[in-house]
Design a protein around this ligand. Sequence first.
Ligand code: ADP
Ligand code: MG
Length: 727
Amino acid sequence: MSTIRFAALQETLNRKPVSITEKERRSVLFGQNVFNKHAMQQYLTRAAYDSVINAIEKGTRIDRKIADQVAVSMKDWAISKGATHYTHWFQPLTGATAEKHDAFFESINGGLAMEKFDGKQLVQQEPDASSFPNGGIRNTFEARGYTAWDPTSPAFIYETTLCIPTIFVSYTGEALDNKTPLLRALQAIDTHATAVCKYFDKNASKVNATLGWEQEYFLIDDALANSRPDLILTGRTLLGHIPAKGQQLDDHYFGTIPARAMSFMQDLEQECMLLGIPVKTRHNEVAPNQFELAPIFEEANLAVDHNSLLMDVMEKVSKRHHFKVLFHEKPFAEINGSGKHNNWSLSTPDGTNLLSPGKTPMKNLQFLTFFINTIKAVYENEELLRASIASASNDHRLGANEAPPAIISVFIGSQLSNVLNELENVTKGKLSPEEKTDLKLNIIGKIPEILLDNTDRNRTSAFAFTGNKFEFRAVGSSANSAIPMTVLNTIVAKQLKEFKIEVDALIDDKNLKKDEAIFNILREYIKDSKNIRFEGDGYGDAWEKEAKKRGLSNNKTTPEALQVKTAKKTVALFEEMEVLNKVELEARYEIDIEQYTKRLQIESRVLGDIARNHVVPTAIIYQNTLLENTKNLKEIFGDEFKKIAKEQIELIMIISNHITEINALTLKMIEERRNAKGLKGLKSAQAYSKKVKPYFAQIRLHCDKLETMVDDNLWPLTKYRELLFTR
Ligand code: ADP
Ligand code: MG
């Protein structure tokens, strides 16, 4: 009998939900472990408080004396909450988060000790960062890197550590992390969106990008997960026969949350409250044991930090409930994968949503301006947007008829499509008073009504307008949202910059009124960007053909998708917007390619190991049982055994055939892996993608067939039905 599998099943069946009590009302818990405005007011001097708030709101610098004050207060606050250590918390290019804890404790003369934390320690640290990927940046320049305080994201306490969100850059200033380019992109969108806002409000002073992510994940009992080497080493199952019951009855979606999962969620949500992560929604997702959690949206940098932090907290909390959280985009074949929809919009400091129409025609024209510019930006940069979500794991999900295809298109619904169609007919140049009135009353004026009952939903679109925000649906569940958010904000910033130049030119050179000039440019943008708009079924083959005709990219694999990341046009765009320079872009490209290659290499090794060391030996044991049985039948029944043992003999031969195939295919895969390993960079990634990966499905097919034949008692790998349905 397969002891690990059955012991794991026994353990799982004996589990009880961990009892969780609500400690306090959520609103009371909220932000208790965050050095937020409230805590700062209590602990900081007036001057220090103003300085930090100015840094957050206006991006001003905090001088060293003030930083010393902030550090001392932060330490006092943290110690009062039971913290013993502090860490600079950052997001290196591995996509995860990193921290290195230092104690506040310091020894002083005379065998005494004290707690110490000063401005220097708050503002800048030099972690030994030599093991973080840097894509060659630190080889060509200084070998060192440092972390620097990001005051726009508040410090927080997790367990007994004060965590200070920081950027991570090389000594020569190149970004070694995902936060730095995001902050630069948010700066760019602020600058160019504010400039455009001034057409509509002379006093406009700032624009924030907002992000509301929706995190999908699976919860699998940890004993069961630990019994699967593929899940542990690669985050997904590399083999496993599809269970008789999967998700075909749609009985999990929005159903009652299973008791153990519910305890986990309550526990997690309370942790989130303490950390100031405004989680709001929880529900079952489509697949068995798949769930989703969504917060109230926030300023994009904070929202990204909160998502990264959440993923860490989920892993920690899940252990208390004997779960393993799977963030992989496709942990199970034939079962829906997980995404992380990124809901994005722009807002002013008073909370006005720029992708929401307003009460006056001018406000509605403002809405149209940002709406159409976003569509145009996506059209001009669709391939780059696709690249921003490329990873080995997301490749399994995109285009798998459960997630958007690898083609980026924009869905806006039929009513807004009608509005844009009407606007295409706006007269070139000056508008007559009649036309202006007509536009105001019948087209622009109707937008608020239209959006009120904007019930159009298209789940198959990669980038959909959902009433007052765009939803980027192709983002993978394991992704760091900083990467797609950096790209999206950069391309929209660039687009708004162009828009301003073109509108100003019409006003200055052609003597058009402001609104006339805006209508004229928007009309052209609508025409130019038509090819990115698609209202139909994004899952069908017909769309692939249509998209090709329209000239849209369809990069199905990560190595193909990544190419645009270092294209001339991309470098020019990112340098102009001061988000990433050529060196930083090339470094990221190199790291992405390397991550892809390594992940496929690991998957290939694990699959080879499981197939030959777990599956084949098990099949042989079972085959021996059959042989033994056949031999015995022959002994008793003589020649008649051929008829009696017909099934057994057939099975023996089929099993032999699968074993032969598994061994042959695995050897070929190893051979291709050797070749791929000998290549460099892109060539190696392509070889893994085109030559090694195709063996995965072939080897899996034979293993999965064996799973249906071999005695269940012998099968060593916990089965899909057990992973997905044991509660
Ligand atoms: P669904 O997309 O599942 O129908 P909702 O439309 O309720 O769900 O919203 C999903 C997410 O959109 C939530 O995380 C929410 O915070 C976010 N969201 C709502 N408004 C905005 C906005 N203006 N900017 C960014 N995100 C937003
Ligand atoms: Mg959604």
